[in-house]
Design a protein around this ligand. Structure first.
Ligand code: F6R
Length: 250
């Protein structure tokens, strides 16, 4: 779906999240996969406005974030835990124990166990109803970076510790005050868990995303362009893009 600008695309994403919450019943809370970065900020401000106007409560929602730098302290302003606090958690009524972010402080020897546990929590909650995604300029989803794996291997990638791609580090340089200061590793929800969401919303805005958007929608699935793997989810995926991000799609 192509929108005239980022504001309209973001409102459509927020409206989908709001309907998912409204469709939940007492026996089934809305389980939401959240993203960070520049793109979803307008989605969060729209959700916060709906909440402030009295039209939306997150009391019965549960959120799981896609990724977190590693290692990082939760109170570090550059952590995604802090981002979520700033843009969302502090503005809505989501009970604190229902907002999950991968833990950037677990000792290295426990990272694999923590990542497996994060996936088990999602499964125990009944699985993700909706996963919100952004796209990296290199086509990454979450921090599943381009690789030389086979498609089958890439589709099966679990939640894990990864090394950021050079382009991802470049894009994070502004927040960190220089490319050399960017924390080079991160924990990310794996492709397998992302693709198992019942609905996936990919939000892409701005001309700098046009090339990655066009490449992900064209041709075969390939591990060198992780967003192309969303093709495996078929109709469960909706691309919400503004005109600038759609400009390369033929
Ligand atoms: C963030 C995430 C990343 C971003 C992507 C786009 O949680 O998982 O995949 O969605 O890097 O980032 P922005 O929106 O800053 O262009």
């Amino acid at each position: 779906r192509v929108f005239p600008d980022a504001g309209a695309a973001s409102r459509a994403a927020a409206d989908r999240i709001a309907s998912t919450i409204r469709a939940a019943s007492p026996g089934h809370r809305a389980i939401l996969g959240m993203a960070t970065g520049a793109t979803p900020q307008k989605v969060y401000s729209h959700l916060a406005s709906l909440h402030a106007a009295g039209g939306l409560s997150f009391r019965d929602a549960v959120t799981y974030n896609l990724d977190e730098y590693y290692p990082i302290q939760p109170l570090d302003p550059k952590s995604y835990r802090c981002y979520m606090h700033r843009h969302f958690f502090s503005l809505v009524d989501l009970p604190p124990q229902q907002g999950h972010v991968l833990d950037g402080t677990v000792p290295e020897g426990f990272v694999a166990a923590h990542c497996a546990e994060f996936e088990r929590w999602i499964e125990a909650d009944g699985g993700l109803d909706l996963q919100l995604l952004g796209i990296g300029r290199n086509g990454h989803i979450g921090f599943n970076e381009p690789s030389e794996l086979t498609v089958a291997e890439a589709l099966a990638l679990p939640t894990r510790l990864i090394e950021l791609h050079p382009l991802t580090r470049e894009d994070a340089a502004r927040e960190f005050g220089g490319v050399d200061k960017v924390i080079p590793r991160a924990l990310t929800l794996g492709v397998r868990a992302i693709l198992s969401a019942r609905s996936i919303l990919m939000l892409a805005t701005g001309a700098h995303k046009a090339e990655a958007v066009a490449a992900a929608l064209a041709g075969q699935m390939r591990a060198s362009l992780p967003a192309s793997l969303l093709q495996a989810a078929g109709e469960r995926v909706t691309w919400l893009v503004d005109e600038a991000a759609a400009s390369g799609v033929s």
